[in-house]
Unconditional design. Sequence first.
Length: 463
Amino acid sequence: MVFSSRCRSGTLGGAAVALVLTVLGVVAACGPSRDEVNGDAARDKPSSPAPRSTEGRLGWKTAAPPASMDGPEVSAPGSWVSRNGTFVTGTPAGVTGYAPATGEERWTLSFGGGICESSPTMTSEGYIAVAHVKNSSDTYQRCTELVVVDIDEGKVVWRTSLPEERASLGLRLSIAVSEDIVAVGWPDFGSAADADPGSFGFAVDSGRRVWDEPAEGCRSDEHVGGRRITTISLCDGTYRVGERDPRTGRPAWVHEIAAHNAWIVSADPLVIGHESDADGWGPTTLVSVSESGKAQASWDIAGRYITGCDSQESRCAAIVAAGTTLYLITDNAPSDIHAFDVRTGRKAWSWTTAKQPGGSLVPVRADADSVIVHQRATLDRGGSVVELAAADGRHKLLMRTPDATGLADVPLSIGMVSPSSADTPLHFHDGRLFLHREGPFYLDKAVPMTMALTTHPGRRDRS
């Protein structure tokens, strides 16, 4: 069995909620990494023109894979939109690319073993990284296999194996890609499940090993991708954050923080979340850090904002940041989104769903100009996809999504995503909202694994 780090905030509570909502005909399943560090922003700009129609409908869907509670874990981490528009997702033992308009398979790669984790972002060349086990026949396996895939072409670029005795079982496993490096890392959980922490780095183009252990003087590394690899390391009781040299793998530390636990919320701009005690509910404070390593601003967020992470998540995926703006979603109903200047900590503007009644908000992505958010549908109200200007919060409707009756043939309407449990990114591209869930599939067997809502006309979606 692979102990996936995915859907951790749904271990019991989230799973129960998903099951209850399924009975009602709707589902809140695991979703986002929202802008793991804005790695996709240049490729898929939020400020693209709104489609001619904003009325959304079901374009296509794919069935969930077979799974049972007493059988091996079945999961399908990862989703991306390639440079040629293909919607790509993890599958239980590989990666598949779908035509965005029809959902027809353009290509499929099978790895032979279940996926442990994948990189939330891709490189400018369309490369992603996936860690998986050797085969699906054994119950307990370590995540020894690392594959880099060109999702534009649907081809394996290179693959390598990590040492069996040092590989992870998947708990809080982070896979990150930059223009130069593929990084793998996981912390120490103090148990035999993941006996030792580990860290590896490889050249993204060739697979050449750049480093094979945590940074000097540190016990564990976790990594975030984007333009560069940013690492957070536990070193003698203190967390250090820095960038990795793509040639040597040595970190250039820019900030240190003493905390019970810590996360890289965003790498560009650099925002760190930390937890002061062992309650396990995620970060209680956020700190923005300048390029010189100076703390600029801080926010107390406990009980006020949704983070999408906890002690078993390597990133806080319900928060996005881009340019000079940090976006936080309030932990209340109806939810609001607050925009803060990362240099001063001041609130720039807020936008509330009370102005547009519906469900809670989930961030999709952000760039320097704007942020896109998905407002989930409710039992009796449709949802929406809205773009908010970074400067003043002025909003533009991109899509209206159906309520439960509008998706009568699919037992879902809330959006296959929960704002408090954010792993697999939502994607909005060319008038389509792509949703993908990675499991657990034994809970919601009738709910699709993947689906696309579209604003394009016709019985079949048109490109």
